[in-house]
Structures are given as structure tokens and as C-alpha cells.
Design a protein around this ligand. Sequence first.
Ligand SMILES: *Cc1c(COP(=O)(O)O)cnc(C)c1O
Length: 373
Amino acid sequence: MTAPDDGETRSLAPKPGILDIAPYIGGEHSVPGVNRVFRLASNENTAGPSPKARAAYIATAGEIHRYPDGSSERLRTAIGKAHGLDPARIVCGAGSDELIQLLTKAYAGVGDEVLYSQYGFLLYPIAAKSVGATPVAAPEAGLRTDVDAVLARVTERTRIVFIANPNNPTGSYLPQDEMRRLHAGLPRDVLLVLDAAYAEYVEEADYDCGVELVDAADNVVMSRTFSKIYALAGLRLGWLYGSPGIVDVIHRIRGPFNVGLAAQEAGVAAIADEAFVTASRAAATRWRGWLTDALRALGLTVHPSVANFVLVRFPAEPGRDAAAALAFLKTRGILVRGVGGYGLPDCVRVTVGGEEECRVVAAALGDFVAHRG
Ligand SMILES: *Cc1c(COP(=O)(O)O)cnc(C)c1O
């Protein structure tokens, strides 16, 4: 029997690992005293979504007293049709964030290791810690996932390997043969998660978003999002494609109505609007090239990117460094992303917006580099 006063000395605490998590901080979106703000800190498609997706979203207004379809069937069918995939092997989620969290919860726990690449997406170590697992980072060479370094860190405790391809914040990607080599080197009881949030932007012929590996093996899953090229970040919508076994597991632990009605309807319309995706990709490629050239002409180092953002490196000199650039851009109402949290304190990540935004950023950094204003 517990003594009645025992409760006095106890205090509420979360599970081990939770308090080790540094909360994810999203990109800033306002600057006090500045009316016109250029939001280039979160890799959104600044042009906004397909008008068809917006119309579909608005059309749901009369139905929001109803629960959504818990199986997101129409949406899974539309995604399957657009990508040539079996809808039964697709699971939708409230952003790919949710799916990453669910995969981690399902396949890793206390005492396990979750492996990711050194400059990989910050959500992976957060998800690992949230289930009490240990995040393990494999070092990168040249800001690119190093397959040999990842494989060298696999132990018998490794349960999940997360690879963002292309990766955020570096913008680099792994070609299909490197990804195959990574998978071939993993034990069959390790889950390989290919996070292809930026897949729609990639034009390189040697890139595969992950479908090939998912189809070939039952320990691979691909995650996708409507937050980037589809410009629906505010609705929270993502999906995964995996083996029947993985799909079954995620259905068991997801919330029964994890994707809202408006998100499902907007997603159906968005994925059918292929012309919108094609135009968005072409614009991103064009203005990424323009911005890269413009910033290099200023003497800045711009890491090659295949996505809708670029990683820019500044000199280590006080007043000329990345922190000074962030502060300077903010005075002009331009919000870009500091990536010190990724271990890249000398870099900033700039979302590639449209023409006006790219010109505004390049002009402002021109002034910064020239010590003007
Ligand atoms: C933006 C991003 C996502 C998408 O997250 P959502 O939850 O779908 O908005 C996933 N992975 C990476 C690497 C990203 O940069």
C-alpha cells in the first residue's frame, strides 16, 4: 500500500526523451513595422495554389459540420491515378509531418536508433526523441548524403533510416543508383523512409522519387506533401506510398479522421491540375537559376539545388556573416531562414519565389555585400 502523502512528493513528467527535444521553430512570417513582407523562409510556393484547388476548398464550406471520409478514398484514388499507383497502398495524413511521426512511432522506441544524414530535415531527430529512440546522424561530404557513411552507422539497434531526397536545407539529391545502393546495404528489418517533399521540382534524369524501391521491397516507404509545389501548406496534407504491411500498420495507429474535409477536396482538385504543377516547376527552375547566378555574381557561395530553395553561404567575418545578412534582410521586410539549428550557422536558406521576390532578394543582398543601406 502506498502511503497517503506519497503523492505530494511526486511531479508530473513526460516520457524519457521528450524534454530533450528542442521544439521545431517554423520560418518567421511577420516583421514589426514593415507592411510588405516577403516570406521566403518556409519553401512555400509563393504564387499560391491552383485556382481549381482554391475553388474546391471553398466549395466545402457548406459541409464542414460533417466528419470527413476517414479513409480519404477519393483523394487516394486521385493520387493513384495521377502517379500510376495502387490507391490501397497510399495513406493520407495531416501533412507529411504526421506520417513521419506515425512511422517513427510504429517502428522505433526506447533503446532503438533512428539514422539520418547530418544536414537532414530537423523533424527526423525530433520524431526519434519523441518515441524515446536515439537519433544518429551520419556525416555528410559536400552537403550531400553520403551513402557509405549512412551504412557505416547501421547497428543492430537501427530501426529507421530517413533520407530526404532532395534534402532540405541543402537542396542536394541522391541519384537513383545511389539510393539503390543504400537500400541494398540495409538489413531487411530496417525501414527506409524516402521523404520526397520536393520531388515535383526535380528535373534530373537520374532521379527517382522512391516508387521504384517501394515496389521492389517491403521495407521502403515514400512520403509526399501538398505543402510545397501544390501550395497547400496551410491545409496540412501529405501522403505515403508503401508496402501493404506498412500501410496496414499506419492505418492502425493514425487518427480515424486525420485529414480534414477541405484538405481532401482541395487535394483532389490540386493533383488533377497537371498544368499548374508543370508551370510551377518551370518557374522554380528558371528563377532558381537566375537567383543562383545573381548571388554568385555578388561573390556569395550558392550550393547547387534541385528544389525551390537555395542554400547561401556567407563569409565568417563579423558584420558580413549569415547572422548579419538575416538581420539586414529583415529590415527590408525579407524573411529567409537561418539554418544554425541544422549545424550550418554560416548559411541561410532562401525560398525561390517568383520574379519579383527573386529580384528583391538579389537587390537587397547586393546592398548588403556592398555595405549600402
Ligand atoms: C516541407 C517538408 C516536408 C513537408 O512537411 P508537411 O508536413 O507535409 O508540410 C517534409 N519533408 C521535408 C524535408 C520538408 O522540407
